[in-house]
Design a protein around this ligand. Structure first.
Ligand code: ACO
Length: 310
């Protein structure tokens, strides 16, 4: 068979916009601090009644329509999330029913902001072996429910949302050309959940991310037999503009060749890369045949990169 590629994508973007100035009224912070340290100008919070499974459902439905694949044709659903509605049942099982994906197996993966990368790479294996034809991969987070409003170090960074992709067979020169997944559990305490809230050692995560994103991006470029000059577009995990800029500079790409949505969505963890991809496809920045590099990193600590010919 040929390669495995993304046949269609969709997203859920909450309507409710929270601007930095709205946070100024809530805690000791400023628009200027948030913008200069993170690049974030606003983020979106889903309403009470839109939990993670609902966001998954909306994004998945759009992805299936975009791909022209019927729910009952899906063989496997993988949801990447660290904010499921409940620890169990899995979000993938919940949306399997809601979508009417009657023959699909269902499982969730926990790899934080690299979750979508882990999901895509897992789904790819099942198709590559010939066992499955279509796999639906969703990254979705309701991080607003983990925010500690007493902790300005973390409260300003996160947002809600979801993105989804349908994987299937494509011709040999297209689709996923190479991937790299990795983990370094020595940093497992740097970003975690304690009680109800997310806690983070920002400086440690920052140092790790700057080093790992550039290295991992270069690694998949090499594995795919490409060079930096071949790269048309970079979609890094949207956590902090300074981290994203360091990976862009490592690849020596001009500004317009890197996806930037962190200013409007904040950090949406496993949803950030698929949400960014949907925006860039809709905006015409990612076109057929483009070489696109996706790079995620997050709690674990974990990372994942993919080189894909669109
Ligand atoms: N408003 C105003 N001041 C603030 C705020 C705020 N919201 N937050 C922190 N400060 C203060 C701090 O208290 C500190 O003050 P002090 O020097 O008096 O103690 C000062 O600003 C500087 O703090 P630093 O930690 O040095 O700021 P830094 O430049 O490192 O930026 C940041 C902090 C943005 C958190 C950065 O470290 C970062 O982005 N780290 C990576 C985070 C990340 O990507 N996390 C996601 C991982 S993915 C996942 O799995 C979800």
């Amino acid at each position: 068979m040929g390669n495995v590629g993304i046949l269609g994508m969709g997203s859920y973007i909450p309507e409710n916009i929270i601007k930095n100035v709205d946070l100024e009224n809530r805690m000791d912070t400023s628009d200027e601090w948030i913008r200069t340290r993170t690049g974030i100008e606003e983020r979106r919070f889903a309403p009470e009644e839109h939990n993670t499974s609902h966001m998954c459902f909306v994004a998945a439905k759009e992805a299936l329509e975009h791909a022209g694949v019927k729910p009952e044709e899906i063989d496997l659903i993988i949801v990447a999330t660290v904010t499921p509605d409940r620890p169990f049942p899995s979000m993938s099982a919940v949306i399997q029913h809601q979508l009417g994906a009657t023959k699909a197996a269902a499982m969730d993966v926990s790899a934080a902001c690299a979750g979508f990368m882990y999901g895509i790479v897992t789904g790819k294996q099942f198709i590559q072996t010939g066992d499955y034809k279509y796999v639906l991969v969703v990254g979705a987070e309701k991080l607003s429910k983990l925010i500690n409003w007493e902790d300005r170090n973390t409260a300003v960074l996160f947002g809600d949302g979801a993105g989804a992709a349908v994987l299937g067979a494509v011709s040999k020169d297209r689709g996923i050309l190479a991937f790299e997944l990795g983990a370094d559990g020595t940093g497992s305490e740097h970003i975690t959940q304690e009680g109800k809230y997310l806690v983070m050692n920002g400086r440690e995560v920052f140092k790790f991310a700057v080093r790992q994103m550039g290295e991992s991006a270069m690694s998949v470029i090499n594995k795919a037999g490409l060079s930096k000059e071949d790269v048309d577009f970079l979609v890094p995990h949207q956590a902090n503009i300074r981290i994203m800029e360091s990976s862009r500079q490592r690849l020596e790409l001009p500004e317009e060749k890197m996806s930037k949505t962190v200013h409007k969505y904040g950090n949406t963890s496993s949803a950030s890369i698929p949400m960014a991809l949907v925006d860039e496809i809709k905006g015409g920045k990612i076109k057929d045949d483009d070489i696109v590099i996706l790079v995620g990193f997050g709690a674990g600590l974990v990372w994942g990169s993919i080189a894909i010919r669109w």
